[in-house]
Write a protein of this length. Structure first.
Length: 160
């Protein structure tokens, strides 16, 4: 969590060295200075191909996994709990070369989630991103449900 409070370039470097990304051919190519956007690339290598010779579905999913949560954590701050709750992936066509995904948070969505979570109740929100090939054709569509809740105040300890 501490790494997520660093500057975008440091977070990007750290996450690019993270074993699930580094060993899957996943590379964060851009992380917005305001943490409202991210772009990720998945290169096709012999170690991340499936038996048909195209991108392994697990790698396509992994390239999209943490970003909605990471972006929202930075936007909502430490007084909110943000978790991934559910996910869906639709494989549209085989991925045969580099695949990219671009995540963009809308300021209106951030403010809406902040207001919905203000009373301490849980909020469940779906976000979607497309993984596209070099021709801009959709290879996979990933939907993530994110759980957001404002942290509860810890009760004061009784005085003795």
């Amino acid at each position: 969590m501490k790494a997520l409070t660093a500057k975008p370039a440091i977070v990007r470097r750290y996450m690019n060295c993270w074993p699930p990304f580094a060993f899957s051919g996943i590379h964060i190519t851009d992380l917005g200075e305001d943490f409202m956007s991210a772009e990720v690339r998945l290169r096709l290598h012999w170690w991340n191909r499936n038996v048909a010779g195209v991108h392994f579905g697990g790698s396509l999913f992994a390239m999209t996994d943490p970003f909605w949560m990471v972006l929202l954590l930075r936007q909502l701050g430490g007084d909110h709990v943000v978790w991934d709750r559910a996910a869906e992936i639709d494989f549209i066509k085989p991925g045969r070369g580099d695949v990219t995904a671009r995540f963009v948070l809308a300021p209106a969505d951030v403010e809406r989630l902040r207001k919905l979570a203000a009373d301490g109740g849980k909020v469940l929100e779906w976000f979607s991103v497309d993984a596209v090939d070099a021709d801009g054709e959709v290879v996979a569509r990933v939907k993530k449900q994110v759980y957001v809740r404002r942290k509860r105040e810890k009760p004061a300890l009784p005085m003795t």
